[in-house]
Write a protein that binds this ligand. Structure first.
Ligand SMILES: *Cc1c(COP(=O)(O)O)cnc(C)c1O
Length: 399
């Protein structure tokens, strides 16, 4: 008979317990906010002993963290089977920058997915280019075909799955296998799925990146990022991040840990409401296409079914025969959807998007203008009624 402790525990249990080490919580349920810059030592000998690079989980200086940050970093490591450790950053973009700089040097080439988050593209065509690092953009649907793009100078492959705005699901295991065969580092922006719905390192990724601003925090009130490294990949990430002076505030990490505790139940609600609304939109005559990884029309849907444990609350749809004014009429009058950037909070958002502007290697020949929805945890019936009224305004504006 197997012991209770041999059972794999479920996601909701994992996010509740992760990172709550007794030496950090001191008997309190959650690790409290430890703020620090200076750490005081008992003697010169103590001061000397605390220095050096091996300060992992030892108070040394505020920039290197306190139990508040260590608890969240450890929790994220626990959620990624196969991970070595996690470094936290003051934003998702800062996490992406540190991850890329930890693996790339002047003269190297980066392969970057064409559907990537726009600030990731800007980093490649701006900062990295200035440093003498070249970038080639590739088709998100390339799969094992990535092997043909790998050249002498290729050092890293960056993926984002599903893609920002257009939701193509990448064949991460195939790309990771091609990269491993050539000794190339793989990075994934895993913000949409989180480690609960896509355990990235288990699927072959070396550096798994999250904009914790989204589902980890979950309340639209904190900027935070993380990189979780596979075994053997943490030392370079840590050293680069130390050299860049990266540190995440203890208050923000405390809010990140607080958000994490409810992430599994929030994601379950985001998933079911978003799926219901996506299927409803798919039936509407005003809608040309719904781009949601769990719907068959989404590029990479088969890969999604093979690799993912679930879907979350963000997707897009294409309007049929739309004008800018009609799309604005739809969005402007929504009562339960805010108009704004970012996503992953408890509240619903609607955003007009024009992804063609951000493509260079591939084109999106979708016939109409697009809207991206973040489905929050409101009652889905209210959101559907709101969208139905929005589509009425859309039709009226076209008439
Ligand atoms: C928001 C976002 C980021 C950046 O995170 P910030 O915390 O806003 O810097 C990175 N990748 C994706 C896919 C995002 O949606």
């Amino acid at each position: 008979m197997s012991k209770e402790s041999d059972r794999p525990v479920g996601d909701a249990t994992r996010v509740v317990s992760a990172g709550r080490r007794p030496e950090w919580t001191q008997g309190i349920v959650s690790a409290p906010v430890w703020r620090a810059s200076t750490i005081l030592y008992d003697s010169v000998a103590d001061l000397r002993a605390a220095g050096g690079r091996d300060t992992h989980h030892r108070l040394f200086y505020g920039r290197r963290g306190t139990p508040t940050q260590w608890s969240l970093a450890d929790a994220l490591t626990e959620l990624e089977p196969g991970a070595e450790a996690t470094f936290l950053y003051p934003s998702g973009v800062a996490a992406i920058a540190a991850a890329l700089l930890s693996v790339l040097s002047p003269g190297d080439e980066l392969l970057l997915v064409d559907s990537a988050y726009d600030p990731t593209r800007s980093m490649a065509t701006g900062l990295l280019k200035r440093m003498g690092i070249t970038t080639r953009f590739y088709d998100p649907m390339i799969g094992a075909g990535i092997a043909d793009l790998i050249g002498e100078k290729t050092r890293a492959i960056f993926m984002e799955s599903p893609g920002s705005l257009t939701f193509e699901v990448q064949d991460v295991p195939a790309i990771a296998a091609a990269a491993k065969a050539r000794g190339i580092v793989t990075l994934l922006d895993n913000t949409w799925a989180t480690p609960l719905f896509f355990p990235a390192i288990q699927h072959g990724i070396d550096l798994s990146i999250l904009a914790c601003t989204k589902y980890i925090v979950g309340h639209s009130d904190v900027m935070l990022g993380s990189v979780t490294a596979a075994q053997g990949h943490f030392a370079k990430l840590r050293d680069t991040s130390f050299q860049l002076g990266q540190t995440a505030s203890p208050d923000d990490c405390w809010l990140g840990s607080r958000g994490l505790r409810t992430m599994a139940i929030r994601l379950a609600q985001h998933q079911s409401s978003a799926l219901r609304i996506a299927l409803w939109l798919d039936e509407r005559p005003e809608v040309a296409a719904v781009l949601h990884p769990a719907l068959p029309g989404c590029p990479g849907h088969d890969v999604f079914r093979r690799d993912f444990n679930g879907s979350t609350g963000l997707f897009s749809f294409v309007l049929k025969d739309a004008t800018e004014a009609a799309r604005a009429a739809l969005i402007d009058g929504l009562e339960h959807f805010g108009i704004g950037y970012s996503w992953g909070g408890f509240e619903s958002l609607a955003l007009p998007i024009d992804p063609a502007r951000y493509r260079t290697a591939t084109s999106r020949d979708d016939a109409g203008l697009m809207v991206r929805l973040q489905i929050g945890i409101e009652d889905p019936d209210d959101l559907i009624a709101d969208l139905a009224a929005g589509l009425e305004r859309f039709r009226a504006a076209l008439a």
